[in-house]
Design a binder for this molecule. Structure first.
Ligand SMILES: Nc1ncnc2c1ncn2[C@@H]1O[C@H](COP(=O)(O)OP(=O)(O)OP(=O)(O)O)[C@@H](O)[C@H]1O
Length: 587
């Protein structure tokens, strides 16, 4: 039996997955945690590419992150699908830049957009500060930046801007003007430009739909309104129409700060052109007790039903000595889990704040348990992940690094795209062999060598502008930022996925799964954050983060709280345990 037939046979054992897999027309799948959403999406995409979509047509599959795109690509390949020219699997930014702006900028009379430089975060911050100072001289500037950010991410209409006040709009215009004067644009503007190009020009819609007659979207609830507008323009236009297959879960929406709104998925599911939504019900990940607890948070929504895993454990422990006491309890739990046979990388420590993640990772390491917190110095993307993997292959021992040269060269060719020649493979291989003896050199020098080896040329493609920005952040972090001084060996360690406890913020735990989840700081004002308590939308997001966090575990969830929090000014405030702990009956 082929891998694809086996995967299809698995879906047949689950009526709802099978309904979604075999649905015709626009399809929306609501998929609670661990319900096989990724398996369903990969199997459907692979099956459509092999049986339904004949070359030269292809498909566009939009994911939330580059890491998710990578995982999906890997799964689709493992199901026997070869890559083809018109197969796009990537983020909405990648689609907007590489498939809309780059090819059609000249067609719509905006040739300047065919060669864009993306502003870095510090350039954006600087432009925003200057715009606010120029336009709002002496006025109240407190909420200006956040209002402008959210309006731009949400592609605000004239009416929305009018509600924010004329001055705010003027600041936004000045901000964009300041970036343009330096030949720069930021991502919200590029998404807005791409949406406008698609909405205004039927020719562009026709050409996109001809290339990508099937559009697949993963994690719809977390993708901002720009993607929603693109989907509507490409799938619900009465003249040209791509077929939509969208999966997501409004209950797991945790990216509101990017402008995403879970209601967009509900609205999509209610559209008359869309088949009645298929709601998956089985959970293949969590033990029964974890599912029971998760169902307490589903508030009237159909319960999820456990499949495969018995048992499960969820508990809350009060650590009266505050966070440091909670860290000690984490160390003890890790010790017990390891003693019980759990592998280190099957243990995750989750915390609401980045600083707490850094601190607990430090305490674990001091106690002799390798622990890793990725942090936000740069994001893990195809190219930054490739750079780390190259360092791992070159220094961690080729046999033990878990990376294969063949796979690295495959990614190298994908990154170089049409610019790849055989010489590039030779150059990369020679560089990696050479670095083997220089594991203690600065990682930043290694990145410069990779850039000289052909990576710089590749990153000049407009479609890789997002990657170029992230590699720039990586370089900055390694040369003068929080990772400065890191060696190639240190960089390699970041790529390893085994033999260490994973420490992550609650938000970044999205999409991951572990045997044991240890959740810190479950006190009021911390979970939910004091900043969200008076805002119902933010509070709902905090609740979803908690729900996402506990549903990462297969076997065990242990939650810690202290009965007090310490403010950033060092003041102790006595508080109740998190309201979510009360909601699930643990306190
Ligand atoms: N029909 C099925 N039969 C057997 N196993 C399945 C089936 N569907 C899913 N699984 C397994 O369930 C596990 C979870 O699936 P998957 O990773 O696709 O979940 P998910 O819905 O994407 O999770 P989340 O959204 O919470 O990250 C995987 O190990 C997958 O192989």
């Amino acid at each position: 039996m082929s891998a694809l037939s086996k995967s299809i046979a698995d879906l047949k054992t689950n009526d709802r997955q099978w309904d979604a897999f075999s649905a015709e027309g626009h399809t929306v799948v609501l998929a609670p945690p661990g319900s096989g959403k990724t398996k369903l999406l990969a199997t459907r995409l692979a099956s459509d590419l092999l049986n339904k979509i004949s070359k030269p047509q292809g498909a566009a599959c939009i994911t939330l992150t580059n890491a998710a795109a990578d995982e999906l690509r890997r799964r689709v390949e493992s199901l026997g699908v070869e890559s083809r020219a018109n197969l796009f699997v990537g983020t909405v930014h990648g689609f907007a830049l590489g498939k809309i702006i780059e090819p059609f900028a000249v067609v719509v009379g905006r040739p300047e957009l065919a060669h864009i430089s993306i502003a870095s975060k510090s350039q954006c911050d600087q432009a925003m500060r200057s715009a606010i100072a120029e336009v709002l001289r002496g006025e109240d500037t407190r909420s200006a930046e956040s209002t402008i950010k959210i309006n731009r991410q949400r592609l605000a209409t004239d009416e929305d801007w009018a509600k924010s006040g004329a001055k705010i709009r003027e600041v936004a215009r000045r901000y964009e003007g300041l970036l343009h004067e330096q030949g720069l644009r930021d991502f919200p503007e590029l998404i807005a430009v791409a949406v406008e190009m698609v909405e205004k020009h039927e020719t562009i819609r026709r050409m996109l739909v001809a290339q990508y007659p099937h559009i697949y979207v993963d994690e719809y609830q977390d993708l901002a309104p720009g993607l929603d507008r693109l989907v509507k323009a490409l799938c619900f236009d009465y003249r040209v129409n791509a077929d939509l297959f969208a999966v997501g879960d409004p209950d797991q929406a945790v990216f509101a700060w990017t402008g995403a709104r879970p209601e967009l998925l509900h609205e999509l599911a209610r559209r008359s052109e869309v088949q009645p939504a298929v709601e998956l019900e089985y959970n293949y990940r969590c033990g029964e007790e974890i599912i029971r607890i998760a169902n307490l948070m589903r508030r009237g929504r159909p319960p999820i039903i456990g499949r495969q895993r018995h048992g499960g454990h969820v508990s809350a422990t009060r650590c009266t000595g505050g966070l440091s006491d909670q860290y000690r309890h984490v160390v003890e739990q890790v010790r017990q889990a390891v003693f019980g046979g759990v592998l280190l990388h099957e243990i995750a420590v989750l915390a609401p704040q980045r600083q707490q993640c850094e601190a607990v990772a430090g305490v674990l390491r001091e106690s002799g348990f390798p622990a890793f917190f990725r942090g936000d110095a740069y994001r893990l993307t195809v190219v930054t992940g490739f750079i780390e993997a190259c360092a791992a292959w070159a220094t961690a021992g080729r046999e033990t690094s878990h990376y294969r040269l063949g796979d690295l060269l495959q990614t190298w060719r994908t990154i170089l795209g049409g610019r790849w020649t055989r010489k590039d493979d030779i150059a990369l291989t020679e560089l990696l062999m050479d670095v083997t003896d220089r594991a203690d050199d600065a990682a930043v020098a290694f990145i410069n060598e990779l850039l000289d080896c052909g990576l710089r040329r590749a990153l000049g493609q407009v479609s890789l502008a997002e990657e170029a920005l992230e590699v720039g952040r990586m370089g900055d972090a390694l040369s003068s930022g929080e990772l400065s001084g890191l060696t190639v060996r240190g960089l390699a360690e970041r790529a390893l996925k085994w033999d260490r406890v994973e420490v992550t913020t609650m938000t970044s735990s999205k999409g991951l799964e572990f045997d044991v989840v240890l959740l810190l700081a479950a006190d009021e004002q911390s979970i939910p954050s004091y900043l969200s308590i008076n805002d119902s939308l933010q509070l709902a997001e905090e609740r979803r983060k908690f729900y996402v966090s506990i549903t990462r575990a297969r076997k065990e969830v242990r939650i810690f709280y202290s009965g007090f929090v310490v403010t950033k000014f060092g003041r102790r405030i006595d508080v109740e345990p998190s309201r979510f702990l009360k909601e699930i009956g643990l306190v």
